[in-house]
Write a protein that binds this ligand. Structure first.
Ligand SMILES: Cc1cc2nc3c(=O)[nH]c(=O)nc-3n(C[C@H](O)[C@H](O)[C@H](O)COP(=O)(O)O)c2cc1C
Length: 401
């Protein structure tokens, strides 16, 4: 095999973690945990298979930190909230390590876009401000998919309720929940954690100026908007020490705002980057569907490059990376230090080997069939049977604490 992508396949030290190459697996929600958030054997097989496929590190799917404050965002989302979760994650971590990859746990709080069926009776979702998302639970993507899966219209829709503004005390308790969950993650053997502040979830709701309408120290400027997540980072650092990795994931768009952009675009990104420069984070992670697109007409510079420069921190770049040429371009243009790949790894667990060979492969567009119940034979990626969940939209699933 000729090494046509030398930077991509060169090692790097991220925080105190040695990575064998620059390709990592982006976090991808699968909703395949047990109903109580316990990771399953199917997940062990799924992650181990992708570790064997040659990535240097895996960022897990978004995981809830604790079963309170409306933290749980999805049905069958995994948690890292108790001893049972720790034991199940340990199996996954051990299998991934045995297959030559590092693994960090992505921690998230759903905020105003948590599936309301995950809330307890009379519980309101929390957010930076009292706002209501116009989106609905990502249950399906297209009519075509509905027909592929043999379902009949109307496709059920679950809307988000109005959120209440998190009090300062709640902000601290939630950050504390991230720290406690990180400690549990260390017991499971993870190499670090990623704090999810992207894609529409709670900490993104603080960072996005369109959603954060606060006038106290948690709103009103990039520095203030970043405060809640930076407080979480610093508490997590105290909990897990200096040897483990902490990443923070950022984005402009979210699950209820796929076209989303920051009002001040690049200028806001620069300010935001600066806010992280004195925090205890090891690296930032830029998430998008096209890593080159900054959605700001005044500049052609990728957002990851802007934030990398202003923060002075190593940058993981994600979004539409389709081959080794994309990776080399990211790494040689100073747009980032690591490439995070999502959809291609759903369908092609051996993606790093495939692109290293230089052979062409078929990009398989994302489809919920990868998440819920594959209608086609993806047994190479899904070694065990997926269980069938009861996701009736009319059911209020969790009535009691
Ligand atoms: C099915 C699916 C699930 C996802 N789940 C998560 C998640 O749990 N956490 C997260 O930060 N991003 C999540 N993402 C976003 C991806 O990490 C990534 O940003 C997106 O797929 C674009 O990257 P790609 O072009 O390499 O696929 C998800 C994306 C998809 C398609």
């Amino acid at each position: 095999m000729s090494d046509i992508f030398p930077k991509t396949f060169s090692p790097i030290k991220l925080g105190n973690i040695e990575l064998k190459n620059r390709i990592i697996m982006a976090p991808l929600t699968r909703q395949s945990s047990d109903d109580d958030g316990t990771p399953t054997d199917e997940m062990t097989a799924y992650y181990a298979r992708r570790a064997r496929g040659g990535v240097s590190m895996i960022i897990t799917e978004g995981t809830y930190t604790e079963d309170k404050f409306g933290c749980v965002a999805y049905l069958n989302q995994p948690g890292c909230a108790n001893e049972k979760h720790i034991s199940a994650w340990k199996k996954i971590v051990d299998a991934v390590h045995e297959n030559g990859s590092k693994i960090i746990l992505q921690l998230m709080h759903g905020g105003r876009v948590s599936d309301p069926r995950c809330l307890y009776e009379n519980e309101s979702p929390v957010s930076a401000s009292s706002t209501k998302s116009n989106g609905s639970v990502l249950y399906s993507d297209t009519d075509e998919e509905m027909y592929n899966r043999g379902l009949k219209p109307p496709w059920p829709q679950v809307n988000f309720p109005k959120a209440k503004e998190a009090s300062k005390e709640e902000i601290k308790l939630i950050a504390n929940g991230f720290a406690e969950s990180s400690e549990r993650a260390m017991k499971a053997g993870f190499d670090g954690v990623e704090i999810h502040a992207a894609n529409g979830y709670l900490y993104y709701q603080f960072i996005d100026p369109k959603q954060n309408l606060r006038t106290d120290e948690y709103g009103g400027s990039a520095e203030n908007n970043a405060r809640a997540v930076i407080e979480a980072v610093n508490l997590v650092r105290q909990a897990i020490g200096d040897k483990k990795l902490i990443s923070v994931r950022l984005s402009q768009d979210g699950v209820d705002d796929f076209e989303g952009q920051w009002p001040d675009g690049v200028k806001y990104a620069q300010e935001l980057g600066k806010s992280f420069s004195n925090s205890k984070v090891d690296c930032l992670h830029w998430s998008s569907f096209d890593w080159k697109d900054n959605k700001d007409v005044s500049s052609n510079t990728p957002m990851s490059k802007i934030i990398r420069e202003s923060s002075g921190l190593p940058m993981i770049v994600n979004g539409g990376i389709s081959d080794g040429h994309d990776c080399e371009e990211i790494l040689t243009s100073d747009s980032g230090d690591i490439c995070a790949v999502g959809r291609p790894l759903f369908a092609h667990p051996d993606w790093p080997h495939i692109i290293r060979s230089g052979e062409k492969y078929n990009w398989i567009e994302f489809d919920r069939k990868y998440v819920i119940k594959p209608t086609y034979d993806y047994s190479y990626g899904y070694p065990l049977d997926l269980k069938k969940s009861n996701w009736n939209p009319d059911l209020m699933i969790r009535k009691q604490k």
